[in-house]
Design a binder for this molecule. Structure first.
Ligand code: SAM
Length: 264
C-alpha cells in the first residue's frame, strides 16, 4: 500500500530520528479544521487480486443465487412456452426475422435446416420452421428444451457424426463463436463438418460479434471456409452484413462448393 507523501516523509523522519522527531513534526504541522481537510487517498500497490478467504459455508448470496436462478429460469420458460415472453429486439434478430428467415421459408430447395446453439430466444424458431425439417445442435444438455424435435446434444465439431453427408440444405451457425466456442481448431473442424453434411450448393450462414470480447479469432483463420464460396445473399445484396449495434453482430453468407461431400 502506498502512503500519502506527507505520511511517507513523516515516517522517514521517524525512522531516522526516533519518535521524538515524529512528535515534533506533528506539533509543527499547521492544524487544518477537519471539515476543510481533503479526503484521505490510499493507493494500493497490489496488482494482483488476493484470492477470497476459503469458507466452508456457502454465502447467503450463493444460496440465493442457487435458489432464485432456477426458479427465475422456470418462470421465464413457462411464460415463453405460453407465448407470453417477449422476443429479442436487437437488430440482428430483426434481420433474421425480416430478411433471412423469410428468404429460406419461401425457397423449396431449402428444406433440411440445422440451427447450431440454442437458448430461450431460439425456442421460437421451432414455430418459424414448422414446415421444414428443422433440427438443432447444442452442447449444453439443459438447453435441449429450446431445441427442435430432432435435437442433438453435442459439440458442433462432431456435426458430421450426427448427419449424413450431403443431407442438409442450410446451416445457421450464429452467435456460437465467441460465446462458448473459443477454440479456432474446434471451429475449423465444425466448418469442415458443415461442408460434409451440406449438399453441394447448400448454404452456410456464420454470425459472429465483431468486438474483442467475443472474437477469439478471425473467420479468415478458418481454412475450412476455403471449401465454400462467398454468397451474395439476395435480400441484402451482399455476402457480409454488419448490424448496427454495440456487439457489431456480423453475418457472412456462403455456399458449399459443388464438390461431392464424400470427397470433402
Ligand atoms: C449466445 S448462444 C447463441 C444461440 C443461438 N445460436 C443464436 O441464435 O444466437 C451460444 C450457444 O452456443 C452454444 N455452444 C457453445 N459452444 C458450442 C459447441 N462447441 N457446440 C455446440 N454448441 C455450442 C452455447 O452453449 C450457447 O447455448
Amino acid at each position: 500500500m502506498a502512503l500519502t507523501t506527507a505520511a511517507t516523509t513523516a515516517l522517514r523522519k521517524c525512522d531516522l530520528n526516533g519518535i521524538e522527531t515524529w512528535q515534533k513534526y506533528a506539533a509543527m504541522r499547521p492544524r487544518i479544521p477537519r471539515r476543510q481537510r481533503p479526503p484521505l487517498k490510499f493507493e494500493f500497490m497490489h496488482t494482483t487480486e488476493l484470492p477470497p478467504a476459503p469458507s466452508a459455508e456457502p454465502s447467503v448470496r450463493q444460496i440465493t443465487k442457487q435458489i432464485i436462478k432456477p426458479v427465475g429460469r422456470n418462470v421465464r420458460d413457462a411464460l415463453l412456452f405460453c407465448g407470453l415472453w417477449p422476443k429479442l429486439k436487437d437488430t440482428d434478430r430483426i434481420l433474421l426475422d425480416q430478411k433471412i428467415f423469410p428468404y429460406f421459408l419461401q425457397r423449396n430447395d431449402f428444406q433440411n435446416i440445422l440451427f447450431v446453439g440454442c437458448h430461450w430466444y431460439t425456442w421460437q424458431y421451432n414455430k418459424v420452421f414448422a414446415n421444414k425439417n428443422y433440427s438443432t445442435l447444442e452442447i449444453e444438455r439443459q438447453r435441449a428444451r429450446y431445441g427442435a424435435k430432432h435435437h442433438v446434444i453435442g459439440s458442433v465439431e462432431d456435426v458430421a457424426d450426427h448427419y449424413l453427408p450431403g443431407s442438409l440444405d442450410l446451416v445457421l451457425f450464429l452467435g456460437v463463436i465467441g460465446w462458448g466456442l473459443e477454440d479456432r481448431d474446434v471451429a475449423n473442424r465444425a466448418i469442415h463438418g458443415f461442408h460434409r453434411v451440406l449438399r453441394p450448393g447448400g448454404a452456410l450462414i456464420v454470425g459472429w460479434d465483431d468486438v474483442p470480447e467475443h472474437k477469439p479469432f478471425a473467420l479468415s483463420e478458418l481454412d475450412g471456409l476455403d471449401k465454400f464460396s462467398s454468397w451474395t445473399f439476395p435480400p441484402l445484396g451482399s455476402d457480409e452484413h454488419v448490424c448496427d449495434h454495440d456487439l457489431r453482430h456480423t453475418f457472412n453468407f456462403y455456399l458449399a462448393d459443388k464438390t461431392s461431400p464424400a470427397d470433402a
